[in-house]
Design a protein around this ligand. Structure first.
Ligand code: GLN
Length: 281
């Protein structure tokens, strides 16, 4: 029995119970099997898959039906303009996190800014910044050994010589080092958030998602420790939950940050807050 691209993509409706983006999911699985771009799918809907391709598509489709994230099935995810290797050891990069990259690129930073990405995971933020600012010196740290290895693999894939990947629990291995920008998408979900038992997040490690009962433990720790690692006039830029804006602003103001401001994500929800360490105290 042979199948063409159009008929296989029609089967994406079967994914409705497990996915918000069934059509896109089926397209990405098919692209992976064929080793082709999505443009190919649209241009050649009548292309007949050979048997081996069909068998592989069926296997991947069955995994998606069981809820496994597409990024885990195909082993990669697009972030910014980069195709990043992903794995179950860390968070799958989210489109919302591109807001952090955009905001960082708009800051008044020196030509050769020193930057640290805390909890880098796949390396998404650090590598996106490196792709746009070859003169920045970027340190990317993660507490999880597996994430460090993954971020380093991704770094090597693009050959970015201006990114250094290190294992560190937040600032622990960065004693005495100061930066122009501290940027992070830390875990910020409450331990009992019911979303943790639904959808793709079930396949991601809790260590990358959950932060104490209130979801604020890691954000608070970073805000408290960042001043020691910022140059005067340096910036702290954090992603947080859409209901945490007020608390994050408060924590930054109490810590002594100025120019504190929150920005909204693609769904118009408060998602990123930045603050500046004063030039003189
Ligand atoms: N925004 C992510 C989610 O809602 C959480 C990311 C994080 O904890 N840093 O799934």
């Amino acid at each position: 029995m042979s199948a063409d691209i159009a008929s296989l993509l029609k089967r994406s409706v079967e994914l409705l119970p497990v996915s918000d983006s069934p059509r896109l999911d089926a397209e990405l699985l098919l692209c992976h099997v064929l080793g082709k771009s999505r443009t190919f799918l649209f241009t050649w809907p009548e292309y007949q898959l050979v048997e081996a391709e069909q068998v592989e598509f069926e296997a991947l489709f069955a995994r998606r039906l069981l809820g496994e994230p597409v990024a885990h099935i195909i082993g990669s995810r697009e972030f910014w303009s980069l195709s990043l290797a992903v794995s179950p050891v860390t968070l799958i990069p989210r489109p919302d996190t591109e807001l952090l990259v955009e905001l960082a690129l708009q800051l008044p930073l020196p030509e050769r800014a020193a930057v640290v990405d805390l909890g880098t995971g796949t390396g998404a933020i650090a590598l996106a910044l490196a792709s746009e600012r070859p003169n920045w010196r970027i340190v990317a740290v993660d507490a999880a050994e597996g994430a460090v290895a993954l971020a380093e693999t991704n770094r090597q894939q693009f050959g970015f010589a201006n990114v250094l990947v290190l294992q560190s629990d937040w600032f622990q291995q960065l004693t005495g080092q100061t930066f122009d920008l501290v940027i992070s998408n830390p875990p910020y979900i409450e331990a009992d958030d019911r979303h943790l038992s639904e959808g793709d997040v079930r396949f991601e490690p809790a260590s990358a998602l959950v932060s104490g009962d209130s979801g604020l433990v890691d954000l608070a720790r970073i805000i408290c420790e960042a001043p020691r690692h910022l140059h005067p006039g340096g910036w702290l830029l954090l992603e947080h939950g859409w209901q945490q804006g007020e608390k994050v602003r408060q924590l930054m103001l109490v810590a002594g940050f100025v120019e504190v401001a929150t920005h909204t994500d693609l769904a118009d929800r408060e998602r990123a807050t930045l603050g500046r360490w004063p030039i003189s105290g």
